[in-house]
Design a protein around this ligand. Structure first.
Ligand code: FES
Length: 290
């Protein structure tokens, strides 16, 4: 398991949730390392702490870790959605309460706290019990094919039927069909929009993944539809300084070997959407629960 954040590996996540790292304390943690994590933690109640997550492997550039993956589901009507478990109130040993959305998916403890970074932890849509649905919707779009759909229209499997034929001026054909969009951002201020990237591809076959835990995760988090191929989704916020990266859409990508990868042109970080890895990071607490 990669550990590019250089935080300690810790299997019992709850231990750290009980001592959530506050914003001020976190800078100290990042400067001084692992020992400080436990000694500087203070109860906050907004979720967060050290946790494992799955994401698109960071293969180049200054980004410290992978791009977090959103486990998906397809509704009975063929709509694409990101799993958002029912919120539950957790009570810490000191009586502090916080709300979390978490469940086991494919043997992995998934929590929406995976997305509490880069300021997203302050967004309304990230609050577990915020009244937002879980459907993926298109944004203005960076791909020509998205002229066929409307902004804010719900993503649907019918729009991806030609996924194996998709081609664009960057990258090779046969990589699958991407779309950009938004998630849990319908009734929030524009600056709180959560950007996402969705790809349907043949490159996500669990049988071809050596690591059993990752294969189980992909099987559960990347659904198939009747046409074959699997869907995968990511929060589109670079883990370096939070720019929105592009997949086969930014001109500079080939200069960094990112023709077929997710490329962030702010400082040239590259992520591989078909190389899913488990990593660890410090999720930030939501301020409204402090
Ligand atoms: S590489 Fe710096 S923000 Fe993405």
């Amino acid at each position: 398991m990669a550990n590019d954040d250089k935080y300690p590996v810790e299997s019992d996540r709850r231990r750290f949730v009980k001592g959530v790292v506050g914003g001020a304390a976190l800078s100290g943690v990042m400067a001084t390392g692992a020992v400080t994590v436990t000694s500087a933690t203070t109860p906050a109640g907004g979720g967060g702490g050290i946790m494992n997550y799955f994401g698109a492997n960071r293969t180049l550039g200054p980004a410290p870790r992978s791009l977090p993956q959103i486990p998906m589901e397809i509704t009975d009507d063929g709509e694409l959605a990101g799993i958002w478990p029912d919120p539950e109130t957790e009570t810490l040993d000191d009586g502090t309460e916080f709300v979390e959305s978490a469940e086991e998916i494919g043997g992995v403890e998934y929590t929406t706290e995976w997305f509490q970074y880069c300021g997203l932890q302050t967004f309304e849509g990230i609050v577990p019990d915020e009244d937002e649905d879980i459907l993926f919707r298109y944004d203005a779009g960076v791909y020509d094919w998205m002229d066929e759909v409307d902004q804010d229209e719900v993503m649907h499997v019918d729009h991806f039927e030609d996924y194996d034929e998709f081609d664009t001026r960057i990258g090779d054909p046969g990589q699958g069909k991407p779309a950009t969009g938004t998630w849990r951002s319908q009734d929030v201020p524009a600056e709180q929009t959560i950007p996402i990237l969705v790809i349907k591809s043949d490159h996500l076959e669990p049988d071809e993944i050596d690591d059993e835990r990752t294969a189980e995760w992909i099987e559960a988090a990347c659904p198939e539809d009747d046409d074959g191929g699997r869907y995968i989704a990511f929060v589109s916020k670079c883990t370096h300084f939070c720019c929105v990266p592009g997949y086969r859409s930014l001109d500079g990508a080939p200069d960094f070997g990112a023709d077929n990868k997710i490329y962030c042109n702010c400082h040239n970080s590259v992520y591989d959407p078909f190389d899913i890895v488990e990593e660890q990071f410090v999720s930030l607490p939501r301020p409204e629960d402090d």
